[in-house]
Design a protein around this ligand. Structure first.
Ligand SMILES: [Zn+2]
Length: 273
């Protein structure tokens, strides 16, 4: 096997997809081949860099700056591999436009997909998208509100609402542990639709590592304790505050129908206390 045939194994190793046997086979070669080892190191650092970039930055504008800064830092930090390759590539006259375009595409992909907003509405809509695409899995499946409540109670510092609603079947919940505040997610089935309920501690709002909320949304919640938004695709978002808990419900149904469902078992669900 020549070095080219190891490329696929290197990519597989970086993506964590190799069997024990393939790993051994590759590491034997890496021990004796400086070229492949530096290729492997480069791919690992690029992957780490991309992952950190995606997780570590909030706003798109900041993200773009961070990506370019990091990329520069990355290139400076790993002499010999990426630096040389980039320099080499950029020195070919007609390679420049193509490379610039390629980099723009990479940045655009990171920009569009890499960093989910930490706004509670955006995040709830994104999670609901996963529900409709059937890529969402409940971490704790239960149709018993009392049992699911116990699951959350032991793990959150705010009361989690598991409302009983007419014609809605409780499917289960997910606890998303952010550094500065947990997000409790509860999913219901309603005929062919779903109701998705995100909840966080009101006091964790906007803290580093927690979810945030737009200023005008917060203002309206403080004034009327209810915020409704209908998205261009018809999905509805309803936010309300219940004691120390901020709740955000998302569904494909209209906001009127959603509020009707939410309050069908407890007319006081949307009231402050
Ligand atoms: Zn090699």
């Amino acid at each position: 096997m020549n070095c080219n045939s190891y490329q696929e194994l290197i990519t597989g190793a970086v993506d964590g997809e190799l069997t024990q046997e393939e790993k051994r086979f590759l590491s034997l070669h890496l021990e004796g081949c400086a070229g492949c080892r530096s290729e492997y190191d480069s791919e690992i650092s690029l992957k780490t860099f991309l992952r950190e970039t995606m997780l570590g930055h909030d706003a798109p504008a900041d993200l773009l700056k961070a990506v370019s800064d990091d990329l520069r830092g990355q290139m400076a930090a790993s002499p010999g591999s990426w630096v040389d390759r980039w320099k080499e590539a950029f020195s070919a006259p007609f390679a420049r436009p193509a490379l610039a375009l390629g980099l723009t595409v990479v940045l655009a992909i990171i920009f569009l997909t890499g960093q989910p907003s930490n706004d509670i509405i955006d995040q709830s809509l994104a999670r609901y998208e996963m529900v409709t695409e059937e890529t969402f899995t409940v971490q704790y499946a239960s149709s018993e509100p009392a049992i699911l409540k116990t699951f959350f109670e032991a793990r959150t510092d705010f009361p989690v609402l598991i409302p009983e609603m007419k014609d809605c079947k409780l499917l289960g919940g997910v606890l998303d542990q952010n550094p500065n505040g947990a997000v409790a997610e509860v999913l219901y089935d309603h005929a062919s639709e779903h109701i998705f309920l995100s909840q966080i501690s009101w006091n964790s709002l906007g803290k580093e590592g927690s979810l945030s909320i737009e200023a005008d949304v917060k203002e309206q919640l403080l004034k009327e304790n209810l915020f409704i938004r209908t998205m261009p695709n018809g999905n509805s978002v309803v936010l309300w505050k219940k004691g120390a808990t901020l709740c955000a419900a998302v569904s494909t149904m209209s906001s009127d129908d959603l509020i009707y469902c939410l309050t069908s078992g407890d007319p006081e669900l949307l009231s402050q206390h």
